[in-house]
Design a protein around this ligand. Structure first.
Ligand SMILES: [Zn+2]
Length: 271
């Protein structure tokens, strides 16, 4: 099974993402992908904020919570959304982080049996830059002993310049999609039983028009790690999308994911 859950939403002006009605404020999802493996284990791509952070963002996130208006509360956290899918937190054995920014990995604390998979480049950047670049959880992650930094094979796969087949069965493949952050990956999920695939591209773009029209939104400009890498990654996303029209490119914060989205279970959001 592949499913997507909205683990809370945050408020931002449309202008930040280069969307129509620039002066209006909208709620944007924090999206988490869920893959159930044949052995019953569950893999997440990103995890959103923790239940405690969604319940009290200003208390839990400190200064980072001040400009970050979130809604949903703890019932919107990934753990609660998974419960609605009949999945207990203990079954989540891996969280593959597209990157380690706060809104993607805070909820690792809610999944005590999960290893956190990230690239060595991303973990190094998180340790180096810390909270001031959005890596609020890096110390807690390292202290937990549950982070597993990985290296990507530096050969092309699916049109991306580096890759790692996490379990060796082709179902969870990390693809080098750097630029938004130093070690950002896109994650290709495959459910062979249902014949479904999805490319989880995290924050490689905030809305599809960015990588399709090569137009950098103000928010992407504000928090990109390296623009030349980001533009190269957009080229790979565009090429992937045209070569694989059956595989939706799923961005973490887009209101309407690209591709044939309706075939996937999705929970939360659109309140
Ligand atoms: Zn990010």
């Amino acid at each position: 099974m592949i499913a997507f859950v909205t683990a809370g939403e945050f408020l931002a002006p449309n202008a930040l993402f280069g969307l129509p009605a620039p002066l209006s404020l909208s709620w944007f999802p924090m999206r988490v992908a869920v893959l159930e493996r044949s052995n019953g284990d569950v893999v997440l791509v990103d995890a959103g904020l923790s239940a405690a952070e969604l319940a009290a963002p200003r208390r839990e996130l400190g200064a980072s919570g001040l400009l970050f208006f979130v809604r949903g509360g703890e019932r919107a956290a990934a753990a609660a959304r998974l419960a609605a899918l009949g999945i207990a937190p203990g079954r989540v054995k891996a969280i593959v982080a597209t990157h380690l920014h706060l809104d993607h990995i805070g909820a690792f604390v809610d999944f005590p049996n999960a290893e956190v998979i990230t690239t060595a480049a991303e973990l190094a950047a998180a340790r180096r830059y810390g909270t001031r670049q959005g890596y609020v959880h890096v110390d807690a992650l390292v202290r937990s002993g549950r982070v597993r930094p990985v290296l990507l094979e530096a050969t092309p796969r699916h049109g991306f310049p580096g890759w790692l087949d996490l379990f060796g069965d082709g179902r969870v493949v990390l693809l080098d999609c750097r630029g938004h952050s130093a070690g950002h990956v896109a994650v290709l999920l495959t459910d062979p039983v249902a014949g479904r695939t999805a490319l989880c591209a995290g924050d490689a773009a905030f809305a599809p028009h960015e990588y399709r029209a090569l137009s950098l939104s103000p928010f992407a400009r504000l928090n990109r790690f390296r623009e030349s890498w980001l533009r190269e990654s957009w080229g790979h996303l565009r090429a992937f999308e045209s070569a694989h029209p059956e595989t939706p490119v799923v961005l973490a914060h887009s209101k309407d994911p690209a591709g044939d989205w309706g075939r996937y279970a999705s929970i939360g959001g659109h309140e």
